[in-house]
Design a protein around this ligand. Structure first.
Ligand SMILES: NC(=O)c1ccc[n+]([C@@H]2O[C@H](COP(=O)([O-])OP(=O)(O)OC[C@H]3O[C@@H](n4cnc5c(N)ncnc54)[C@H](OP(=O)(O)O)[C@@H]3O)[C@@H](O)[C@H]2O)c1
Length: 324
């Protein structure tokens, strides 16, 4: 990162703010551009960085190619975090998700190629593996656009990779702030969709570190998946609201009982790299590059939140919630 010009789309979101904080406090980036639509979120963030000469704020929409092309001028590294990601809102407004998550991805790739951006990492989600809701489906299309963006590079310098992970503890719109709000309002009952429900869990600092590490490792074409723990939603609710009863509200449309990051079909192309997995592209150009090492996973392998070998205990959950 040192000396590099970095741009983050969705820089005012949960991930973006943590990424900006991390880069400005631990690296010598020469310039850090926050790209997003809403001027209020940007001006609130700018107020926190009044004395930071390296940060720039750029209002723009990833649906607007021309704006991205202007923003990417002189940029070395792009992290693409902008997305529509609330499952119910995306189900109800499907074409909006297509425009932001799919057309936006295409614009990022084209602008990066045209502006000679060297490395681009796009953030993906466990919901993109065997998707059952439109959010996951649009992110799967986005993943494929980024991986195959490498096929259009020709003699250019740009490389594209994807990072896929599960629920970020405490991010905007996630279950932790929701449960905490209910407790603060004095609710006696906590809504639980299904007692069997499990989720992958990662903290914001862990997700930022994994993205930064992936930026330094990437050759272009990898889909990086961190090894992260699972949690039982009932245990999370009990830690946040120990005295509350559960109210069973049933699984919501587009929701899975368990999330998955690597399906059995993707396992054929997956290698275990120690602390993370890489799903490799199934393409000629990737085969010609000679691979990245690692050990192939078993052919019946899948990485899902219910079959995980690493679980967060209630004590660990309590510590994580306290640290947030
Ligand atoms: N949070 C999680 O649990 C989780 C888990 C796995 C993966 N991810 C992925 O991580 C990424 C970041 O998530 P997050 O939790 O940080 O989301 P977030 O808090 O909702 O932030 C989204 C950001 O994107 C911007 N944005 C939305 N639409 C845009 C557009 N059309 N053009 C430009 N900017 C736009 C938003 O700002 P404006 O509204 O002002 O434009 C905001 O800065 C997403 O790609 C998400 O799919 C998140």
């Amino acid at each position: 990162m040192d000396g590099k010009s970095v741009l983050i789309t969705g820089g005012t979101g949960s991930f973006g703010k943590a990424f900006v904080r991390h880069l400005l406090s631990t690296t010598s980036v020469s310039r850090l551009v926050v790209f997003s639509r809403d001027e209020l979120k940007q001006s609130e963030m700018a107020a926190q960085y009044e004395k930071e000469p390296r940060i720039r704020f750029f209002i723009g929409d990833v649906r607007d190619y021309g704006r991205l092309e202007r923003a990417f001028d002189g940029v070395d590294i792009v992290v693409h975090a902008a997305a529509l990601k609330q499952v119910p809102a995306v189900e109800y407004n499907p074409i909006e998700a297509v425009r932001t998550n799919i057309n936006g991805a295409e614009n990022i790739i084209n602008a990066a190629l045209d502006r000679d951006v060297k490395r681009v990492i796009a953030l993906s989600t466990d919901k993109a593996s065997s998707p059952i809701n439109l959010y996951g489906a649009t992110k799967l299309v986005s993943d494929k656009l980024f991986v195959n963006g490498n096929a259009y590079v020709g003699g250019r310098v740009s490389r594209f990779s994807v990072v896929r992970y599960g629920n970020v503890m405490g991010s905007r719109g996630s279950v932790v702030p929701f449960f905490k709000r209910l407790v603060a309002e004095g609710a006696r009952k906590i809504p639980i969709t299904d007692e069997r429900m499990t989720r992958f869990s990662i903290t914001l600092p862990q997700s930022v570190k994994f993205v930064v590490d992936s930026l330094s490792r990437m050759k272009g074409g990898e889909l990086f998946v961190p090894k992260i723990p699972s949690l039982r939603v009932t245990e999370l609710a009990q830690v946040i609201a120990p005295n509350a009863e559960f109210e069973h509200v049933g699984i919501r449309p587009g929701e899975k009982l368990h999330e998955e990051m690597i399906s059995t079909d993707d396992a054929r192309r997956t290698v275990d790299m120690g602390d993370h997995y890489v799903i490799q592209p199934q393409t000629e150009w990737w085969n010609r590059r000679g691979g990245i090492g690692g050990s192939p996973v078993a052919s019946d392998f899948s990485y899902s939140s219910d079959k995980n070998t690493h679980w967060l205990s209630p004590d660990e959950l309590a510590v994580m919630l306290k640290e947030m």
